[in-house]
Design a protein around this ligand. Structure first.
Ligand code: IPD
Ligand code: CA
Ligand code: CA
Length: 266
């Protein structure tokens, strides 16, 4: 394993241990509201600190982009961190959340870890070296018919500017797929696309730390990731579609009639 990836795995497992310990007594956790429906707890902050300390101990010159503490440092190497993706689930004891850590080098995603501490599932990927779940090589699903596909998504819940477009997409998806799931951790949704548990995924307006690691996992598992026009702006806009190549193309077709100018943007 690439030494930077093994450092990221160590960091993710340490964060996972903090999250698992806190999950035993969720009533004791202090919670703050960042904005409407946007919560952060001491667990998010503790997990993030542990991750950053672990990474910077090994690579003091690297830069950080982390959800709770923002940007620090300047370097060709940037660690993109979501210490707890799925905080709302976590705070309700709904066991679907993850730790997501990606490393980008000169603007290109290079290493990725997504750790599901409830199942002890470790998803890793290195550029050009494939994606793995607990040492088993991952491939995206082989399903080719959208009518048989299980699709993941995330609902808009804090910013409702695209709600009408989203509901129109949702209506179409409901009728043309085998089912839709909203598990509640975008990072894990993407890891599950890589693992073939979901055939595809789409969501509007995610942040870099939600998707960076998941995108590399999907690509290294043979899948495609794009914005709603199938292009590359997803890492900046957070408007994202992912899936096996066959399902990806069909998802883009379903979404296209519902795109406003902003959602087309690339
Ligand atoms: C959220 C989760 C969720 C997605 C939201 C994200 P957080 O991350 O990934 O699935 O729908 O848009 O913000 O806030 O729990 O880290
Ligand atoms: Ca997140
Ligand atoms: Ca988070």
């Amino acid at each position: 394993m690439h030494p930077m990836l093994s450092t990221a795995v160590k960091a993710a497992r340490r964060a996972g241990a903090i999250i698992n310990r806190a999950a035993l007594d969720i009533d004791q956790i202090t919670i703050e509201t960042k904005q409407h429906n946007d919560f952060v707890s001491e667990v998010d902050r503790m997990a993030e600190k542990t991750i950053i300390d672990t990474l910077l101990e090994a690579y003091p010159d690297h830069a950080i982009l982390a959800e709770e503490s923002g940007r620090r440092g300047e370097s060709d190497y940037i660690w993109i961190i979501d210490p707890l993706d799925g905080t709302t689930n976590f705070l309700h004891g709904f066991p679907q959340y993850s730790v997501s850590i990606a490393l980008s080098y000169k603007g290109v995603l290079d290493q990725a870890v997504i750790f599901d501490p409830t199942r002890n599932d470790l998803f890793i990927a290195s550029r050009g070296k494939g994606a793995f779940l607990n040492d088993r090589r991952l491939r995206v699903s082989k399903r080719i018919k959208l009518a048989e596909a299980l699709i993941g998504t995330g609902f808009p819940f804090r910013d409702f500017q695209h709600l009408d477009a989203y509901l129109a997409m949702f209506r179409d998806m409901l009728q043309k797929t085998a089912g839709i799931r909203r598990p509640g951790s975008a990072a894990l949704d993407l890891a599950w696309v890589a693992a073939g548990r979901l055939d595809g995924f789409w969501e509007i307006g995610l942040s870099k730390w939600d998707i960076a690691a998941g995108c590399l996992l999907v690509q290294e598992a043979g899948g495609l990731v794009g914005d709603f026009s199938g292009e590359d702006s997803y890492i900046d806009t957070g408007n994202i579609v992912a899936g096996s190549p066959k399902i990806f193309a069909q998802l883009l077709q379903i979404l296209s009639p519902h795109l406003t100018d902003t959602l087309k943007g690339h």
